[in-house]
Ligand binder design. Sequence first.
Ligand code: IMP
Ligand code: ZN
Length: 373
Amino acid sequence: MSSHSKAPVVPSNPFIEQEFGSVEGLLEFCHRLPKLELHAHVNGSIPPEALRQLAEKRASETVDKGEAAKGALSVLDAIAWKSEFDIKDFFPLFKHIYGLTNDPESLTFVMHSVITDFENDGVRYIELRSTPRDDPSTGLTKESYIQSLLSAISTSPAKNISVKLIVSIDRRHTPEVAQHIVDLAIKYRDQGVVGIDLCGDPYAGDFDAGPKDAIVRAKAAGLKVTLHLAEIQNRDEENRSMLSVFPDRLGHATYMSDDVRDKVYKDGIPIEMCMTSNVLSRTVESYEVHHIKQALEENHPSVLCTDDKGIISSPLSYEYALAASTFSMTKRLLYDLSRRSINAIFADDIEKARLADLWQAWADREFSRATNS
Ligand code: IMP
Ligand code: ZN
């Protein structure tokens, strides 16, 4: 098997050289910058090394399990040789990962790996999202899935990162399953669940006939809601229907018609921007034309995020570096982008104030150092 593909190349240019000295200087700054991650799918964020360890452990066990291991190794292969995915090839990859992350022990291992990985990249607050699953072969239920993730958050050895959970509904879920997931999110909201997400293959499912009622109920119960919206073209009716449930944030929001964009901008609904994920899955042609450009120009709340960093190999610090390189963003602008993301978190005002203090202390050190040197 070839070695795992590396993070995307951050190109240099005269602006980067002037502001950061070099690409290395830029990457070092972006690594040090305190960051928030608000759009990361647990099973898409598993560091490849952790996935490999899980696969090897499974392969050494008895019963099934060689099969699950083979599946996961084929994902690692796909990750290793592909530099881009058509979005239609992308979703089937997850079923192989699911064969490995299907009991409390493996879910704990995965969560610990994911959290530590983000912490090591300078992420200080994260809302991880995940879709609860049943697995009759291990007795896993949607409820024990959520319990496993929450308990892994509380036992995580990472101490410099605050972790919350968003529970995902998949577009393929029936209305009944969506309602069950909302029940569970409500039940566990005092233990770290902060909201509901709607995700999954954007070509599948139907918002109105599927999860809409459950999401309306989640909002009425006071949960925050984020929706993957307009990831692909020609979904204008669905996008309008999604906005009618008053989402608190949107994922991607790539292909918005003028009226949809006007509403999103007028209402100031923050957008979770996943540049590398969009470019690699070819829903956006290049970084240069990514819709974050317009959002930044119009000062629309935008949060840089990774989406599936285990698969696309781009840590959040690289997303900041790519934004700097593509849109000529200074250190101060990168800091402001990260700092303003605090307004978009789903946790309460106490957490927002705590993070604001943390960010301010970092800026005081960083920018006074720059002035003094
Ligand atoms: P999980 O929810 O932790 O199992 O993470 C993997 C799941 O996230 C996938 O099966 C998809 O349903 C969802 N997902 C990951 N990336 C995307 C995306 O770019 N668009 C929509 N859904 C996604
Ligand atoms: Zn996503």
